[in-house]
Design a protein around this ligand. Structure first.
Ligand SMILES: [Zn+2]
Length: 316
């Protein structure tokens, strides 16, 4: 075989290989395949989205069903949302009756982050006759706002970690490390809150809705509220009158509003009390896109709340 025939034979061998190579470029490169094989996690609303993101890091794709900055209490999923929840590998929910639509979603795996929390009370029915009655249907009479108590938030992190470890055992150590890191931040937050609220003149405050039940229990405060367990729904004039009388009785001059709702009702009440003013006490039920883009997260919002609470409670 002379040189040119060797070359031809080599080309003849190379051509099919090149063709095969071309065919194979139709498949994703290794890195892309790994991207595609990432486990998908869908969280119901903001705090669950952040908690899940912190635990899974870069090993899973996390998205939130309730869009950024949207109040989640009365949110209902669209057909597209239902399909997202159903096809996700893991659906992360708060539970305790918050996501009344969750069962209908028929998700593959549900991380119910309130599962295992002992609620040793039933939500009290308050004199105000607003929307809270129907909320009890799904929650079994417990208050769902567990994420506002950093110790209960730790329980939520543990739940997400455990479900992720069983859904994706190869990354168990990674999920454990991430969960430990966030748990340590929650412990620091707890210490911060205890120290900030250590010396206050008041322990009663008026929240916009009953979001701070577990928080108040944890830190020895007494929550009163304008609305019941949800921030939406009609408020009767006599309820407004009761709140004004309550504020006067306790010498309260700060009325708390929220970041995702219209503050006019809080303004109206504050205008009726001596030196009345409105401050925000965020239930952290959503963080708007602008704040998220500015890097504001759960712990930042908690610290903003503590600063505003200190003013209302007259802490030194
Ligand atoms: Zn709420």
């Amino acid at each position: 075989m002379n040189q040119s025939r060797v070359a031809l034979a080599a080309i003849a061998t190379l051509i099919p290989l090149a063709m095969i190579a071309t065919v194979y470029t139709g498949r994703p490169a290794l890195q892309d395949r790994q991207e595609q094989e990432k486990i998908t996690v869908v969280a119901s609303f903001y705090p669950l989205y952040e908690f899940a993101s912190r635990v899974v890091g870069d090993r899973a794709e996390v998205s939130s069903l309730v869009p950024a900055g949207v109040e989640p209490h009365d949110w209902e999923p669209t057909a597209e949302d239902v399909s997202r929840g159903r096809t996700a590998d893991v659906l992360v929910i708060n539970g305790a009756g918050f996501e009344r639509w969750a069962d209908d979603m028929q998700a593959k795996v549900v991380a119910n982050t309130s599962e295992g929390i002992e609620f040793n009370y039933r939500e009290e029915k308050e004199a105000d006759d607003d929307e809270q009655g129907h909320e009890d249907a799904g929650g079994g009479g417990v208050n769902p706002h567990i994420w506002l108590d950093p110790m209960l938030a730790k329980h939520q992190i543990d739940k997400i970690r455990d479900v992720m470890a069983s859904s994706d055992p190869a990354n168990t150590d990674y999920y454990n490390q991430n969960a430990d890191r966030f748990t340590a931040e929650l412990d620091s937050l707890d210490a911060f809150i205890r120290s900030e609220l250590a010396d206050c003149n008041k322990s009663d405050f008026i929240a916009f809705h009953d979001a701070f039940t577990h928080f108040s229990e944890r830190y020895g405060l007494r929550q009163h509220s304008i609305h019941g367990v949800s921030p939406e729904g009609e408020i009767l004039p006599q309820t407004i009158q009761q709140i004004i009388e309550l504020a006067n009785g306790f010498g309260i001059n700060v009325i708390y509003s929220e970041d995702l709702i219209d503050s006019r009702l809080a303004d109206t009440i504050a205008n009726e009390i001596p030196n009345g003013k409105v401050l925000v006490l965020s239930p952290i039920e959503g963080i708007g896109n602008d704040e998220q883009a500015a890097g504001i997260r759960y712990i930042d919002k908690m610290k903003q709340n503590i600063a505003n609470l200190k003013e209302g409670l007259e802490c030194s």
